[in-house]
Design a protein around this ligand. Structure first.
Ligand code: COA
Length: 383
């Protein structure tokens, strides 16, 4: 087979490694963490249980969960030195740029930075997972000119995040909605940012460098950044009755519908199914149906219009209904992608630990399509 024939644009369907963390079945629309279906986990476990599952290959016992929660509590506070840096960030900086910079700076305050032993990396994974939400909430509040709020012990990651962000204790419905959303976002096999982190750490660089690489990758609108674009799209549509026209106009002008389509899923993303249900529940309990109703109308209009063009495999992905969920939870739109990152950090660190467990440098090849056989004309003769 020629190099060109073996090559897959965008590495589509290419198997790039071995993993026992998460499996994705794109044809059936199934997502499984360590053998547990995502719907089962969303209904019967919590984000903290899923953190344990991703790191330790099994769900925790009562005692293991108590210990993990205590460790998260003990590590949730962020260093004063980091807060001083955060206060100097431009208030209008894109939040994912601020998060990327904050995590890079956080490495200066971690005594284990530079130590790539399993024990040190497990401690770093714990600190990062505990501190991500605190950092994102702090960035959001500083961006609004408000004071930072410290985390509270004995509460979940979801509760703490909403409290540190909004300054009021979340009710059970809100805490549960974010908790489920975080369970659904916690890992997703070799998605671009996780793969970027694995490539990074395979060089034996530090976990902080790999996580910083991943945040930069997650930010793009074709990946984690899509949830922000979905909210902007819902705002533009403004009314469920405008959905058909919006979709027709977008497709006529070659614009992609954000939150629709997926590289792996050729049917509905299973996370979108759960998030659609949550979005409707939140709409009903909050009395604010507007964003759910627009989302539902847009989803239907997109499916019909795309199917009419023969594109029957383009369905809603994880970002489509997470936008209306995050909005109703009081999360500012530009912080939707950082919230995705808060949920993804356990999966990301699980992949980093797994990569280092059986490491081999990741270094693919390219099909060369450039010039050949050229000779250098000295600069003085090049005009
Ligand atoms: N809206 C309209 N058309 C879309 C589309 C969308 N959201 N997603 C894909 N398509 C179309 C493309 O225009 C292309 O059409 P063509 O063959 O006529 O040129 C075809 O479907 C294949 O799309 P492509 O972008 O090449 O597929 P991919 O596997 O590389 O991309 C995504 C996957 C996710 C990047 C893509 O579906 C997308 O951009 N979606 C919107 C962004 C998004 O929600 N990202 C979050 C993913 S979780």
């Amino acid at each position: 087979m020629s190099d060109e024939a073996a090559f897959k644009v965008g590495l589509e369907d290419v198997i790039a490694g071995v993993s026992s963390i998460t499996s994705v079945n794109g044809l059936e629309g199934r997502l499984v963490y360590r053998g547990y279906d995502i719907h089962d986990l969303a209904l019967n476990s919590t984000f903290e249980e899923v953190i344990y599952l991703l790191w330790h290959e099994d769900l925790p016992t009562h005692a293991e969960l108590r210990d993990l929660s205590a460790e998260l509590d003990a590590n949730r506070q962020i260093p004063e030195g980091l807060i001083k840096f955060l206060r100097q960030f431009p208030v209008d900086a894109p939040p994912m740029d601020s998060l990327r910079s904050a995590i890079s700076l956080l490495s200066f305050f971690d005594p284990d930075t530079g130590d790539n032993s399993l024990e040190a990396n497990r401690r770093k994974a714990m600190r990062l997972t505990a501190q991500f939400g605190t950092i994102v909430a702090a960035l959001a509040r500083l961006g609004q000119g408000k004071e930072i709020i410290a985390p509270v012990s004995g509460k979940t990651t979801a509760w703490n995040f909403l409290y540190m962000l909004n300054g009021v204790e979340p009710n059970h419905t809100m805490e549960h909605a974010l908790d489920v959303a975080m369970v659904l976002h916690a890992d997703h096999e070799f998605n671009p940012s996780t793969f970027a982190a694995r490539v990074s750490v395979a060089t034996l660089t530090d976990m902080y460098a790999a996580v910083t690489t991943a945040i930069g990758t997650l930010a793009g609108p074709l990946h984690g950044g899509a949830n922000v674009e979905v909210m902007r799209m819902l705002e533009q549509v403004g009314d469920p009755h405008e959905a058909e026209e919006f979709v027709a106009d977008a497709l006529k002008n070659g614009r992609k519908l954000m939150g629709i389509g997926h590289r792996v899923y050729k049917t509905l993303d299973p996370r979108a199914m759960s998030l659609r249900y949550m979005s409707r529940q939140l709409a009903e309990t909050s009395g604010n149906r507007k964003w759910y109703d627009i989302s539902e109308a847009l989803e239907g209009a997109a499916e019909r219009a795309l199917a009419a063009k023969g594109k029957t495999t383009l369905k809603a992905n994880v970002d489509f209904f997470s936008a209306s969920v995050y909005h109703v939870l009081g999360i500012p739109t530009e912080f939707f992608t950082p919230v995705f990152a808060v949920a993804r950090i356990p999966g990301l660190t699980a992949h980093i630990l797994e990569q280092l467990g059986h490491n081999k440098l990741i270094r693919p090849r390219a099909v060369y399509t450039g010039e050949t056989g050229r000779k250098v004309t000295p600069l003085s003769h090049r005009g």
